[in-house]
Write a protein that binds this ligand. Structure first.
Ligand code: NAP
Length: 269
């Protein structure tokens, strides 16, 4: 008798995954990659139409998806969504907190409203979803959460304090939660991407007519390319594949970690 084939640890068949910020960039790519690996990807975004477009692109590829509008800073809405998904599909295996915003301004100039907005979405939005999902996953005896930090936590880049602080808080939330829920079989990790070509970064190089100023973008990317041993700037899929690894059984021994897909720009201990 031939031995039964080993299960492929990267497959996500039967799993239900909620992805926030799935209407654009890294969130969209992540929903697409998880669905291609077999998961039902529940695509959520503050822009419900964008979430629906991502779900449609997944259906077009022959994979499974659903979509919903979700503002992650709305705690009640986050709990409704997460609990609703678990009730509708009978399980919640994966949560990817990817929704995020950035506001610029040096510390001495930052408006409190901007600081609040960034903390509300990036940190508290991640916290709400982690709390809602962890309760369900702990009761079920397993699950995997991936949060999105940033390379901004590894330096003190002028002009983005609010963003950096929100992402540093996401890192610590990830570690605390991982330490608390591991005994229930729930893993919690984060990615800290380097510069990735998405709408969030492109907006710095937009021309008045809305098109991309390729020259300005290339000039801004140059120093980062020089810092990368690979000479690379990231694409959304580069981060999506890292998230796929973290949520999959291939990472069953990995929790409380901050994975840095960043072209080697930062190499902290
Ligand atoms: P993106 O293309 O702008 O995608 C972010 C998505 O989140 C957008 O669809 C956005 O909707 C949505 N969103 C904003 N506020 C929301 C809210 N309150 N509730 C739910 N969804 C909301 O940006 P991205 O570059 O893919 O960023 C994804 C994540 O990666 C963010 O957490 C970001 O901080 C992080 N990150 C990005 C980079 C990079 O270089 N791109 C590097 C490190 C970390 P709208 O477009 O309608 O606002």
């Amino acid at each position: 008798m031939p031995a039964a084939p080993l299960p492929l640890p990267y497959r996500l068949d039967e799993r239900v995954a909620v992805v926030t910020g799935a209407g654009s960039g890294i969130g969209r790519a992540t929903a697409q990659v998880l669905a291609a690996a077999g998961a039902l990807a529940v695509c959520t975004d503050v822009d419900g139409g964008a979430a629906e477009a991502t779900a449609k692109s997944i259906h077009a590829g022959g994979h499974r998806a659903a979509s919903a509008a979700l503002d992650v800073s709305d705690r009640a809405a986050v709990f409704d969504l997460v609990e609703g998904v678990a009730a509708e599909y009978g399980r919640l295996d994966v949560l990817c907190n990817i929704a995020g915003i950035i506001r610029t301004g040096e510390v001495v100039d930052v408006e409190e409203a901007d600081l609040d907005a960034v903390l509300d979405v990036n940190f508290k939005g991640t916290f709400h979803a982690c709390q809602a999902a962890a309760r369900i996953m702990c009761a079920a005896g397993g699950g995997s959460i991936v949060n999105t930090a940033s390379g901004a936590v590894d330096s003190a880049t002028p002009g983005i304090m609010s963003y950096s602080v929100s992402k540093a808080a996401v890192v610590q939330l990830t570690r605390n939660l991982a330490a608390e829920v591991g005994r229930h079989g729930v893993r919690v990790n984060a990615v800290a991407p380097g510069l990735v070509r998405t709408a969030m970064t492109a907006r710095h190089y937009l021309l008045p007519d809305g098109s991309l100023d390729e020259e300005a973008r290339a000039a801004a990317e140059k120093p980062l390319r020089r810092m990368s041993p690979l000479g690379l700037i990231g694409d959304p899929e580069d981060i999506a594949y890292a998230i796929h690894y973290l949520v999959s059984d291939a990472a069953r021994f990995v929790t409380g970690q901050i994975l840095r897909p960043n072209g080697g720009v930062a190499m902290p201990w």
